[in-house]
Design a protein around this ligand. Structure first.
Ligand code: BDR
Ligand code: CA
Length: 305
């Protein structure tokens, strides 16, 4: 089993990613660290607790940062609803939160004692992963890879040229991309390619209590416009680990803009080599959408056991 740490801001697409990652037998999720992002840290923590209660998964939850390294917190509750996971009456929470250490220290505890290299999965702002990298440099040798959903090949979904996860904490994203770690990333456009269309949502609806739960969350995603298809952004990071063959992946240099007056957080994914810098990441530039949808439904099906 591949040991994994997830830094996340649930978030409806995060909820799906967490469900898949914690149910697939190839992965061993050691820690989930909620972070401020789509909604506040308090809410993303509650949402993580709700999900792990719902799925009966006693995974360690250590809350992370309540704001980015240098900038004020942002919010995407317009997309995910006021709670971050609107639409489903989750059962009373039974999972506990461990706030005896920071998220970075919890990551260190796991990575420094793991007998197998650990995968760090970042599906929210990168603040806590950056803090871990900065505070525990000796641990980096035991990181298998950092797998991210974030950045964009072209324009943005948060700024003109910037994607939400990177733009909320550009300095953190920069630390990650200059760390020397092996990085794989699914940018925004790939999330948009891999839309879950209404027929698929209807299939998911039939998948017992899990299907019912996700269908209800989906019906609130982006204010209820799920009929046009839903961007399952964060599930792509999980797919990159579990089903890399679904993607066309290219090694390239990724630069994170931190000083741009209007462009901070933009990811310059230098596919044409304009910057003449060494490769520091592998970027998904295409996904097989039919296979992705099929995989997605199968994985949601697995979460029922
Ligand atoms: C990313 O931003 C968040 O709203 C989603 O959860 C995803 O991680 C997409 O840009
Ligand atoms: Ca997210």
């Amino acid at each position: 089993k591949n040991p994994v740490i997830i830094s996340t801001d649930p978030g409806i697409d995060d909820a799906v990613a967490i469900a898949i990652a914690t149910s697939d037998e190839a992965l061993d999720v050691k820690l989930i660290s909620p972070i401020s992002g789509n909604v506040s840290l308090e809410k993303t923590t509650l949402n993580t607790q709700k999900l792990l209660t719902f799925f009966h998964k006693p995974i360690r939850i250590v809350p992370g940062s309540h704001k980015p390294l240098l900038r004020p917190a942002k919010d995407a509750s317009g997309v995910h609803g006021k709670t971050g996971m609107d639409g489903y009456p989750f059962p009373e929470i039974t999972t506990k939160v461990d706030d005896s250490v920071t998220a970075a220290t919890a990551m260190h505890e796991i990575v420094s004692t793991s007998d197998q290299p650990v995968t760090l999965m970042g599906i929210g702002p990168l603040t806590d992963i950056a803090l871990f990298i900065h505070q525990y440099p000796d641990d980096l040798a035991n990181i298998k890879e950092v797998v991210l959903m974030g950045g964009s090949l072209g324009r943005g979904n948060f700024g003109v040229l910037s994607e939400f996860n990177f733009a909320t904490d550009p300095e953190a994203a920069k630390i990650v991309f200059t760390s020397g770690l092996t990085i794989r990333v699914a940018p925004m456009e790939i999330g948009r390619q891999a839309k879950i269309m209404p027929t698929t949502s209807e299939k998911i609806k039939t998948l017992g209590r899990v299907g019912d739960m996700f269908y209800k969350l989906f019906s609130k995603y982006r204010g209820g416009s799920f009929k046009k298809g839903l961007n399952m952004y964060d599930a792509l990071a999980v797919a990159l680990v579990l089903k890399p063959e679904l993607f066309e992946q290219v090694k390239t240099h990724v630069e994170i803009e931190t000083t741009g007056r209007y462009t901070a957080g933009a990811s310059l994914i230098d596919l044409k080599g304009y910057l003449d810098m060494p490769d520091n990441a592998t970027v998904a530039v295409n996904v097989d959408t039919d296979k992705f949808e099929k995989w997605f439904v199968e994985e949601i099906g697995k979460t029922m056991s």
